[in-house]
Design a protein around this ligand. Sequence first.
Ligand code: ADP
Ligand code: MG
Length: 242
Amino acid sequence: MSLVSVRDVHKYFGDLHVLKGIDLDIKAGEVVSIIGRSGSGKSTLLRCMNGLESYDQGAIILDGMEVSTDEFQVRKLSQSVGMVFQSFNLFPHLTVGENIMLAPTLIKKTSKAEAKKLAQEVLEKVGLGDKFGQYPEKLSGGQQQRVAIARSLAMKPKVLLCDEITSALDPELVGDVLKVLEQLAAEGMTLVLVTHEMNFARDVGDRVVFMHQGKVHETGDAKTVLADPQTPELRQFIGAVL
Ligand code: ADP
Ligand code: MG
């Protein structure tokens, strides 16, 4: 059975038909890279998958729950799905540790002591065990992004959605963030990544989904699809990003 099942999902922004019947199944432990040109609907699809954005037709089932933007449902969903953004979105007035403790204490009602222990654990996982008491502004972009990943992990999600999480980083900081993702993948975490990192998609990812004009234009095994694209659109896209 799929952990995430997207069935004929359509999304409009006013007259703009942004998702035109998306079908996608993601199994537990799979690493799926979503690629495609700017404006093809990648972020919108990811946002629909965790209830940040409504959709107009079709269904998304995640961990047995129908995804909707209903407040109660989004809270429930937040225990199964985590999302990391290009802009890290850490709270600047809270320390790294406090940022991570926030969701477990507020949403899961985890005790403060337990949340603190959990925060330390996830910080160590992303290689930042010594940053608990730091404020985000004292950290590099790559470190802040790893804190954002740790913050998601603290909710023990079954699937982690990442929307271009290395795109805003200086090139020398990208590797550390990708290493964390690679480690999570090796541990069996289900990852759905919108990314331009084709090497990562090929070497770490299981599957590639190429979106074009609001549709899944081509999809399949990552190595096969990237080495031997079947459509001119994907050939052109790969040529442009490599
Ligand atoms: P991608 O992530 O692939 O670059 P997006 O999902 O962000 O694409 O956007 C797909 C299309 O939807 C684009 O044409 C974009 O301008 C439009 N769009 C995205 N978000 C909104 C919004 N909140 N309101 C109106 N149009 C939007
Ligand atoms: Mg986007």
